[in-house]
Design a protein around this ligand. Sequence first.
Ligand SMILES: Nc1ncnc2c1ncn2[C@@H]1O[C@H](COP(=O)(O)OP(=O)(O)OP(=O)(O)O)[C@@H](O)[C@H]1O
Ligand SMILES: Nc1ccn([C@@H]2O[C@H](COP(=O)(O)O)[C@@H](O)[C@H]2O)c(=O)n1
Length: 228
Amino acid sequence: MSDTVESVIVAIDGPSGTGKSSTSKAVAAKLGLSYLDTGAQYRAITWWMIDNGVDVGDPAAVADAAGKPVIVSGTDPSHPTITVDGVDVSGPIRTQEVTSKVSAVSAVPEIRARITDLQRSIAATAPHGIVVEGRDIGTTVLPDADLKIFLTASPEARAARRAGEIKGADVAATREALVRRDAADSSRKTSPLAKADDAVEVDTTDLTLQQVIECVVTFVEEKRAATR
Ligand SMILES: Nc1ncnc2c1ncn2[C@@H]1O[C@H](COP(=O)(O)OP(=O)(O)OP(=O)(O)O)[C@@H](O)[C@H]1O
Ligand SMILES: Nc1ccn([C@@H]2O[C@H](COP(=O)(O)O)[C@@H](O)[C@H]2O)c(=O)n1
């Protein structure tokens, strides 16, 4: 990538299954930017709590342990990585147990403060800019991002996408689980899932992944052209 291209910070938020990870990775790879999956960080700290016998239903116990695990995120969009205390947890953080407990852990203010600091330092040191995806990036983590996107899609479309990843998955149960997780993430007190006032909303229900990627790449290019 040329050093003459300006650095750009892109925040992509939205509920589960709207295409944040797939879109963010592809946009970052295409534009030579770094990529940060903030959901993976919350999953990693949740995995550590479970592995260390912390009761994730007890916010005080989770808060007490919040500073203990060392979480490291690799930001190459073609090979994102996540380790906890040096252990690769990219597989274990995707289990059903972690998915069902991550909203309780991510609602604890001490957890959010720790992970938000980490996210800001990663974004600040990305050499050519970064695409950061999550739930509160545009509202809280990077409120001065150059571009903010909020992806949405109907619960039916999101459930069909997610169920399509697992052979024999029940679409109705998948829909119920993701709606429940979105409700928990949207109703917590500290930096809930929300669209920033200055975010561009993109409804992906009837768009292919390729169309969403092209749409976001166009927004980034327009933003860069406007600031030249
Ligand atoms: N526009 C689209 N059309 C069809 N399938 C899509 C689209 N966008 C994403 N997908 C597929 O939907 C699934 C979920 O996408 P992805 O993991 O990117 O969503 P997400 O918003 O990051 O979800 P989560 O927040 O739960 O991690 C993936 O299998 C992905 O390939
Ligand atoms: N900025 C963020 C990102 C994620 N979370 C929490 O992590 C969970 C897992 O996220 P995925 O994107 O991997 O599905 C999510 O349900 C939130 O509880 C968050 O709080 N803030």
